[in-house]
Design a protein around this ligand. Structure first.
Ligand SMILES: [Zn+2]
Length: 438
């Protein structure tokens, strides 16, 4: 094999400290023979110039090139110390770009982590693209991802904290649904952490692990009114304003609309909702904000209620949901207070059991609901956005078994600011030629 390197091929490869000896396509893959550029080295024991003792070829996969997978055959040098008085005999060269006993270059491992983490691609798909096993990719995600997630700078400067629960594992016949609580930076729309469980103790533990000045900076906490979070917050975040945000309140109202629709379906049809059933067909329209309905949507909604809601309870629950939305849409605290009274009067008047229960919850959290208007910028958007991102990760994860993996992947997808290389448009680039092969 020739030992002459190709400067242009080496530049294309762009692997720090390496040069290309040969490159050919075999079996649809690039087979690239490389060596390090360090042809003169000193003994690490005595410093005397070392002598080439032999070579050993190590094969690793690199990033694909021009649409083909790449295998690097690294002709690794084995050095020998000629100094008789030196204790060092032979050693094999090492580099940070291809670590010992790995099957991928470090940049390929970093890319695997980016695709699984940032882009939420399935581990199996990335493994297939790189021509390695699932465990190899997952190990790369752990090794490259953990420092990003554990970086303390990631948690800095949180003024508004959002708490939200999400299911981690759906219930099976043998085990109940497992939940996690997500902690969201409401200003930057970033997932700060996820803790196993949705109990007071889980949130409490996380808050107590934060430094005192971190806690002092948090001036607003937005939470789900259903959970016992509030009492967990009292001690470490006693100074912060607790609010029930728009997102969580409306989610509760939507649950009520769904419950009343299901009950009515069961009562009028004797079975659960099916495709042709009038209420089932408008189940999404019922949850759509009234002002966002198209005129066709409004017609369909009315027709569906007329056909499937003889007692008017679904319509009453829907109206209740809209009246609660009006509390949040109100122009200020005074208008919100008035809107809240309208909601109460409606809920008390129509006597729909599910809506009455919602009204009791709203009464219990009235101060926190109205406090939302005093926060100004505390929006429901971030929690909602993070929830959508979490759904992405869950969809490709096909049901996580390990909480550690789940947390890592969620934080890599919605909790880390990735450094992305901006690619200039080829057309807009200046037509200056780059001389290759100099
Ligand atoms: Zn030596």
């Amino acid at each position: 094999m020739g030992q002459h390197s190709s400067a242009s091929a080496s530049r294309l490869l762009g692997l720090d400290g390496f040069e290309v000896l040969t490159a050919e396509i075999t079996g649809g893959e690039w087979q690239v023979t490389v060596q390090t550029t360090a042809s003169v080295v000193g003994c690490r024991g005595c410093g005397v110039r070392a002598e080439l003792h032999g070579r050993r070829t190590v094969r690793v996969r690199d990033l694909p090139f021009a649409g083909r997978p790449v295998v690097l055959a690294w002709r690794k040098r084995i050095w020998r110390c000629r100094e008789p008085a030196c204790g060092v005999r032979t050693w094999t060269e090492q580099t940070v770009v291809i670590r010992p006993r790995v099957v991928l270059t470090e940049r390929a491992r970093a890319e695997a982590c980016r695709r699984v983490g940032k882009d939420a691609h399935a581990v199996a798909a990335v493994a297939r693209d790189l021509g390695v096993g699932w465990a190899t990719v997952m190990r790369a995600v752990h090794e490259h991802g953990t420092p990003l997630v554990e970086d303390p700078g990631r948690l800095e400067g949180v003024a508004a904290l959002g708490l939200d629960e999400t299911s981690f594992l759906k219930a099976t016949r043998r085990a109940p649904t497992r939940w996690v609580t997500g902690l969201v930076d409401l200003e930057r729309g970033r997932l700060l952490d996820v803790v196993a469980n949705r109990t007071r103790a889980a949130v409490d533990g996380w808050l107590h692990a934060r430094p005192r000045d971190w806690l002092a900076q948090v001036n607003t906490v937005a939470l789900d009114p259903w959970r016992g979070y509030a009492s967990a917050l009292v001690a470490p975040l006693g100074h912060a304003r607790v609010v029930v945000d728009h997102f969580h309140a409306i989610r509760l109202a939507n649950v009520v609309v769904d419950q009343v629709r299901r009950r009515t379906q069961q009562a009028t049809l004797g079975h659960r909702g099916r495709k042709p059933d009038p209420l089932y067909r408008i189940r999404k329209l019922l949850l759509t904000a009234a002002e966002q309905l198209t005129s066709r949507g409004r017609v369909r909604l009315r027709a569906g209620l007329q056909a499937g809601d003889p007692t008017g309870e679904v319509a009453a629950a829907w109206q209740g949901k809209e009246l609660l939305r009006a509390v949040y849409a109100a122009a200020g605290p005074v208008a919100a207070r008035a809107a809240l009274e309208r909601f109460y009067r409606w809920a008390d008047g129509v006597e729909v059991a599910e809506l009455s229960r919602l009204a009791r919850t709203v009464r219990a959290w009235e101060v926190e609901i109205l406090a939302w208007h005093a926060t100004g910028g505390c929006s429901n958007g971030p929690t909602e956005a993070v929830n959508l991102l979490i759904k992405n990760v869950k969809r490709v994860g096909h049901g996580f078994r390990s909480f550690t993996n789940y947390r890592l992947r969620l934080l890599l997808h919605c909790g880390v600011a990735w450094q992305t290389h901006q690619t200039a448009s080829l057309r807009r680039r200046s037509p200056r030629l780059v001389v290759v092969g100099q």
